[in-house]
Design a protein around this ligand. Sequence first.
Ligand code: IMP
Length: 418
Amino acid sequence: MPGPVEQHLRAVPATFLIGALWGDEGKGRVAAALAPGFALTVRATGGGNAKHTVLVDGQALALRHVPCGIVAGVPALLGPGMLVHPLALVEELALLDRTGIDAGLVRVSAGATVVLPEHVDEDVARERMRPLGTTRSGIGPALVDKARRVALRMHELTDAQRVRHALQSRTVRARPKSEIERQVRALVRAGRALAPRLVDGGALVRAALARGDDVLVEGAQGTLLDVDHGTWPHVTGTHPTVGGAMAALGLPAREVARVIGVTRAYATRQGAGLFPTEVHGREEGALRAATREYSVRIGWLDLQALRYAHVLNGFDELAVTGLDRLRGLEVVKLGDGWLDARGRTLTTLSTDGPIGARLCELPGFLDDVTNVRSARGMPPAARGFLDFVERSVAVPVRRFSVARAGRLATRRSLLGAR
Ligand code: IMP
């Protein structure tokens, strides 16, 4: 006989926002827009390598650990599978307070893994020796310690002896004792400041679902950065998929989640690695000028990558962000198949491919779409773009954002209910 918790979990699945490409898909803004309907927002995986940006009173606020739903005044949890840089988290909470957001609503899992300043140093040093293009936030080295089961967990941070031992056992560079002691003091201070927020994160999420509360899980990074299924070796060390998030939160896999895949209307990628629809030369200049993306690699939306992400995550729907950023282009292209070096079609990621993409073209949308609130009233070309995406990926596109303000508009899918 299933117990009451199990029955309730099945009745109220959590909603997962999952990055469909290589991260930076706009999950933060989608989370902030959806959060008011939820009782709890949660980050499941990753850590300070994520930079989720939301707008508060027109000002961009970058959150690296705290779920973006906090800006809507919704209680927020850092899950037990997260990698937390305690000093950065204390600063992030102070930033929230200064912005007038109630940081008192933030809870931190006692079992989350601590990222030490030494992990960051090691990440930086390794990047110099053998660049993978990491975010240099210490994620890989902290995960190594976690796998070796020597990492500190958040609840241990108030114990100076354990913190000292953890710092001393890291051997990236010899450090004077005084420097280690300075770090011990700073970390223990952060540990004491965070101690009142510590909870059993997995139990908190399960209890919320058992009560029938709606829970929004904000994924971090993107599916193609998955350590097992992404574009190895240029991946992160965790599983940014819905399966990874469920495992990290301790939710039973058969409790089916509602999964929203998030993608921009074009593709971007930080760091090195496969990027089949990447553009160069004049096309790159035009796409950058339209999207105002200058700090990341850029390319056309990759439908094959979305199909692959759908296979891995089982999306119930897609949210397409940044649609307005394609405005002004005469022609909009999309990748509709991966190609290997000999021009043969590939449907899976392999170590030696794909290196390119077959492209298709749609008419560009020249009209302003920033004030569009629903699919009605959208210029036909922009509407055609979303229709094309949902037909090609076979997943309803139910939401899209058209303005930098992050407004999320809804759309009735042509594919019908799922
Ligand atoms: P790491 O997670 O810092 O180890 O970085 C590994 C790879 O994942 C690099 O290519 C990073 O650029 C990428 N990455 C990690 N987190 C993010 C993110 O939040 N957005 C975009 N790329 C990310």
